[in-house]
Design a protein around this ligand. Structure first.
Ligand code: SR1
Length: 365
């Protein structure tokens, strides 16, 4: 790679880190404000009960992590809540499991009309979900693995199809039997679901896994760089790396570049954001494909799931949000450099036909 091109990817990664840091600063603490740029399509029917009177109090108990995904998800949730006359009380434990448990205890004690739980660890949260259900409080979870989902509405991205989409591309690019690396962590519901698909592809395509590493922290992108750097130094002949969470993907890309392996190693990720798109579309970026939803659309859709359920109109207990696999080539062909342009190129990302009603259209950014 020419030095100028290498500089372009590194510059994109540096911008991505700065964006991630400012995103962290914005997303901590309590906030009920909707994203300024969001718009609500006009509803064609009046709000039904219980949304037709005073604002409906709903607690959103989050365990978010580093990066744009969580910030956009929260903005989408807040915008949709506003459109549905929901007073959304948000707490965010930011990787602190004890704080999330205490936030949930307090939410149950406040007797809201419902509780949404975004991410979290099974051991900490299961007993409190059981307590909330016993207290008659409707609970919707997103990206949380429970051992008992009785009385709970579960939501997630379509993690299995996300992993399949990007791994099909990996196998197409490097072939069966290729030398591959894996960078992820265990104990997080979406990552565990993606891992199950990865293990199946490794078996089915006889992939030669030369390293497995990775972790989730408050600075996931930065903290994965030395792990992948060490793995690459041991295995410079690896052909492809699966890094299924965009913060981990960014750290992986940085490690590939600092080892000057970007022309030899392809990186496959999951998720999308403006910062990610900057990294993927930088000249000679090794990040060649990602499977993604629009996180703002998913945050909004989780709130709609709850709203439909409170109105007695949901009719199911599990909702999965479809994703798309997006290649570097698709972005280049469609001149996509940010999420707004991606929504135009791939309108299904808006989820505007998922868990909607005439009184509850999807908000869009
Ligand atoms: C630590 S879990 C990270 C994942 O959760 C979100 O749902 C995103 O898809 C992200 O990859």
């Amino acid at each position: 790679m020419a030095i100028t091109r290498r500089v372009a990817v590194v510059a994109a990664l540096a911008t991505a880190s700065i964006l991630a840091l400012s995103a962290c600063a914005q997303s901590s603490g309590t906030s009920t404000g909707a994203a300024e740029s969001s718009t609500a399509t006009a509803a064609s029917a009046p709000l039904p009960a219980p949304f037709d009177g005073s604002p409906v109090k709903v607690a959103l108990v989050r365990q978010s992590g580093a990066g744009d995904f969580f910030t956009s998800w929260g903005a989408g949730a807040a915008a949709q809540a506003k459109a549905a006359n929901i007073d959304l009380q948000v707490t965010d434990a930011r990787n602190d499991n004890a704080k999330q448990a205490s936030d949930l205890e307090q939410a149950i004690a406040a007797k809201p009309a419902a509780i949404i739980i975004d991410h979290g660890q099974t051991d900490t949260i299961q007993p409190l979900v059981t307590k909330a259900v016993a207290a008659g409080i409707p609970v919707v979870i997103y990206d949380l693995a429970l051992t008992d989902t009785t009385g709970v509405i579960t939501t997630s991205q379509s993690d299995a199809s996300m992993a399949q989409g990007v791994l099909d591309q990996l196998v197409k690019d490097v072939g069966d039997g290729a030398k591959v690396g894996y960078v992820s962590a265990t104990g997080f519901a979406p990552l565990d679901r993606r891992a199950a698909v990865w293990n199946q592809y490794v078996k089915d395509h006889n992939l030669n896994v030369v390293f497995s590493t990775g972790k989730v922290t408050e600075s996931t992108a930065t903290d994965n760089i030395p792990l992948v750097d060490a793995a690459l130094k041991q295995n410079p002949d690896v052909q492809a790396i699966f890094a299924p969470y965009d913060e981990i993907t960014k750290g992986t890309v940085q490690a590939v570049i600092q080892n000057n392996l970007q022309s030899k190693v392809k990186v496959y990720g999951i998720d999308i954001s403006n910062a990610d798109l900057e990294v993927i579309t930088a000249p000679d970026s090794p990040w060649v494909a990602t499977s993604a939803t629009d996180p703002a659309a998913v945050g909004a859709a989780v709130v709609r799931t709850l709203a439909l359920s409170l109105a007695g109109q949901l009719g199911k207990t599990d909702v999965q949000f479809p994703a798309k696999t997006i290649t570097q080539q698709f972005l280049a062909d469609n001149n996509v450099t940010n999420v707004a342009e991606l929504r135009v190129a791939e309108p299904s990302l808006k989820l505007d036909d998922v868990v909607v009603a005439d009184w509850l259209p999807a908000v869009s950014e």
